[in-house]
Design a protein around this ligand. Structure first.
Ligand code: SF4
Length: 195
C-alpha cells in the first residue's frame, strides 16, 4: 500500500510513494525504521534482507510474516539508504509519525513491536534500546515490546536471539499461538537471505 506525501524531501527519491505496511490487522505490529532498496523497488514493506531475516525469526516461532503486520516508521526510502541527520531527520519524523499513527489506528494492533533505537524512541520515549530490549512497555498507543532493529541484527547475528525473544513475548501478550512446524528455514547471514 502506498500513499502520496510531500511533507519532507525524501519522497522524490523514491520509486514507490510513501510505502505503508502489510499483513494481519489486530495482531502484533512490527515497526522497522525505513524502507530498503528492495522494499521501494517491489513496493512491499520488509521485502528485502531485513524482511527475510524477520520471516526466518517468525518461522522459527511458528508464524509466517503474513500472520503479523509489518511496517516502517519512515515511509520513504532514504537516499543511499542513509537516514538524514539533524533538521532533515526531524522534518521527516514530524511528517511520517502521523502516517504511522493513522496506520496504528487502522490496524489496531494488540501489541506494538518498535524495532531499533529510533523507532523505540519515537513510539515509547525511551532513548536507549539496550535498556528496554524485550520489556513490556506502556505507550499512548497501547502495549509495546521493544527490540533491536533488523539492520543491526544483519550486522551482529547474535542479536537475532534478542529479537526472537521480544517478538515471542509480544505474540504471547497478543494471545497468538504459532503453528507446529517441520524443518525450519536457514538464514544465511553471509548471503543475506533464506536457504
Ligand atoms: S514525511 Fe514520510 S511519507 Fe511524507 S514524504 Fe517524507 S518520508 Fe515520505
Amino acid at each position: 500500500m502506498t500513499e502520496a506525501c510531500t511533507r519532507c524531501t525524501l519522497n522524490p527519491d523514491c520509486r514507490s510513494n510513501c510505502l505503508m505496511g502489510r499483513g494481519q490487522e489486530g495482531t502484533i505490529m512490527l515497526v522497522n525504521d525505513c524502507p530498503s532498496y528492495n522494499d521501494d523497488f517491489e513496493g512491499v514493506a520488509l521485502s528485502g534482507r531485513a524482511g527475510d531475516l524477520l520471516s526466518h525469526i517468525l518461522f522459527k516461532l511458528g508464524f509466517d510474516i503474513e500472520d503479523v503486520y509489518v511496517t516502517n516508521l519512515i515511509k520513504c526510502r532514504p537516499r543511499k539508504d542513509v537516514l538524514p541527520k539533524g533538521g532533515g531527520l526531524k522534518e521527516t519524523l514530524a511528517g511520517c509519525i502521523s502516517h504511522l499513527h493513522k496506520e496504528i489506528r487502522q490496524v489496531k494492533p494488540k501489541v506494538l513491536v518498535p524495532m531499533g533505537s529510533l523507532v523505540t524512541k519515537e513510539l515509547t520515549g525511551n532513548n536507549f534500546i539496550t535498556r528496554v530490549d524485550g520489556l513490556l512497555l506502556k505507550t499512548k498507543e497501547g502495549k509495546a515490546v521493544a527490540c533491536h532493529g533488523l539492520a543491526a541484527a544483519l550486522q551482529s547475528p547474535s542479536l537475532e536471539k534478542n529479537i526472537s525473544m521480544a517478538i515471542s513475548f509480544a505474540l504471547v501478550e497478543a494471545g497468538k499461538q504459532g503453528k507446529t512446524r517441520g524443518k525450519g528455514l536457514i538464514f544465511n547471514y553471509k548471503l543475506g537471505g533464506l536457504e
